[in-house]
Design a protein around this ligand. Structure first.
Ligand SMILES: *Cc1c(COP(=O)(O)O)cnc(C)c1O
Length: 433
């Protein structure tokens, strides 16, 4: 293009990504990456940009921005255009999110489910087949099985712990199904660890199976909400797209709802296009809150992980405890092997199996004094819930049994309180059972 207008950059190049030949760590980059105070009156922290639209420097610049927005030119908009497409807070957030997973690009959304729905919609056409690991977060499973099916998209699943051979067989079946329907295998969608059993998916085995049966045009996406960004980096193990509910560990204070995806630009571009059309980008205030949260995400997750290890050590020895679904205490050799290859930490969300059934579990939950009785996870505070009676109430009994969602299962997300106080709370609550 000969008449390309000169457009001032809306944000600085990440000039400090390296220092004296050293690649800076995410914890350092979270304090300033992608933001230049001199562009905002010297404000140390980015202001919240509450504006629905942005003034163009010239008509030619406006035209060029829209070429990026509409996909006439690859790489998205070079400037700020309109609040449904982009904004300074969201762009800084996306730059910083991409760092944790060493991704080329990231996109933020108004919730984890918006991220997941837009990602799937952008990749599927009528006749296509989605292959997913099971179980998934109930709303993700519902969107695939109940909503996408209305548009001619079908699915197959395999159990989270499946071996390479089983995964290949499911992919071959999916390929045959897609051929008959006149479509393709559009996406392999994973969630690991699975909720609430904590069964891990072998991402490397899924990648190998994909490469053996399909071609590289079928992306592998993985919901990394339970272990990311600190304890598992699936893009390094063969996944193409990583998905988050930022509502959980990344937001981390139980005060916002948001989501994101990250990966290579080739996978982000179609999703960005659909987000431009549908909306669903995180709002400026939520994006600002997430910038605040990202500064402490490593500290918070480390502390929560250490707390969980101490609490689980106590619980595992307690006479009223039947067992634990905690990644720091895996008995199964295959699961242990996946853990060793994929995870840097056991997380702080686990299942506690109390001796007894629903009555005993409810007595325990109702007796907790520090831990709060609420669904969700990854916040600074410790939460406990009963999946069979709450998050998974609508799951048919037979499927519940198959997924190991029993009446004596209590789901716990450990926060950053003092670990001995938490142990004292669990001790007195177990005494009431
Ligand atoms: C919470 C959650 C979601 C949905 O995220 P929202 O931010 O609530 O929309 C998706 N996947 C997993 C694993 C979750 O825990």
């Amino acid at each position: 293009m000969t008449d390309t207008p000169k457009i001032p950059r809306l944000k600085p190049k990440p000039a400090i990504a390296k220092l004296a030949g050293r690649k800076l760590k995410p914890a350092t980059l979270m304090m300033g990456h992608g933001y230049d105070p001199q562009l905002s009156e010297g404000a140390l922290k980015p202001p919240v940009f509450l504006t629905s639209t942005f003034a163009f420097e010239s008509a030619a610049a406006g035209k060029r921005h829209f070429e990026g927005i509409t996909g006439k030119r690859a790489g998205g908009a070079e400037g700020l255009v309109y609040g449904r497409f982009n904004g300074p807070n969201q762009e800084i957030l996306e730059d910083r999110l991409a760092i944790w997973d060493e991704a080329e690009d990231a996109l933020c959304f108004s919730s984890g489910m918006t991220a997941i729905c837009v990602l799937l919609l952008a990749n599927c056409s009528a006749g296509d087949v989605i292959v997913h690991s099971g179980p998934l977060y109930a709303a993700s499973e519902g969107f695939i099985a109940k909503t996408l099916s209305r548009f001619g998209v079908t699915y197959l699943d395999f159990a989270a712990g499946a071996e390479g051979g089983e995964i290949e067989a499911v992919l071959e079946q999916a390929q045959a199904m897609a051929k008959k329907q006149g479509g393709k295998v559009a996406m392999i969608y994973l969630e690991s660890p699975a909720n609430p059993t904590n069964a891990l998916v072998d991402v490397e085995a899924v990648r190998d199976a994909r490469n053996a049966v399909l071609d590289g045009n079928c992306p592998i996406a993985i919901d990394n909400t339970f272990l990311g960004p600190l304890w598992q980096q699936p893009l390094l193990h063969g996944a193409d797209i990583v998905v988050y509910s930022l509502t959980k560990y990344v937001g981390g204070h139980s005060d916002l709802v948001a989501g994101s995806i990250a990966g290579a630009e080739r996978w982000m571009t179609p999703v960005r296009m659909l987000r431009n059309t549908m909306g669903g980008i995180a709002d400026p205030n939520t994006a600002w809150m997430l910038l605040r949260s990202l500064e402490t995400v490593e500290l918070r997750m480390q502390r929560a992980g250490e707390n969980a290890a101490k609490v689980c050590e106590f619980l595992s020895a307690h006479p009223k405890v039947e067992g634990l679904g905690y990644l720091g205490m895996i008995a199964d050799a295959r699961q242990q092997d996946i853990y060793r290859r994929h995870c840097n930490g056991a997380g702080s969300t686990f299942s506690l199996f109390i001796k007894g059934g629903e009555a005993e579990s409810f007595a325990f939950l109702d007796s907790l004094r520090i831990a709060k009785l609420a669904v969700s996870l990854g916040g600074t505070e410790t939460l406990a819930s009963h999946p069979a009676a709450m998050t998974h109430l609508s799951v048919p009994d037979e499927r519940k049994a198959r997924l190991g969602i029993t009446d004596n299962l209590v789901r716990i997300s450990i926060g950053i309180e003092d670990p001995d106080d938490l142990i004292a709370d669990f001790d007195q609550a177990l005494a009431k059972v």
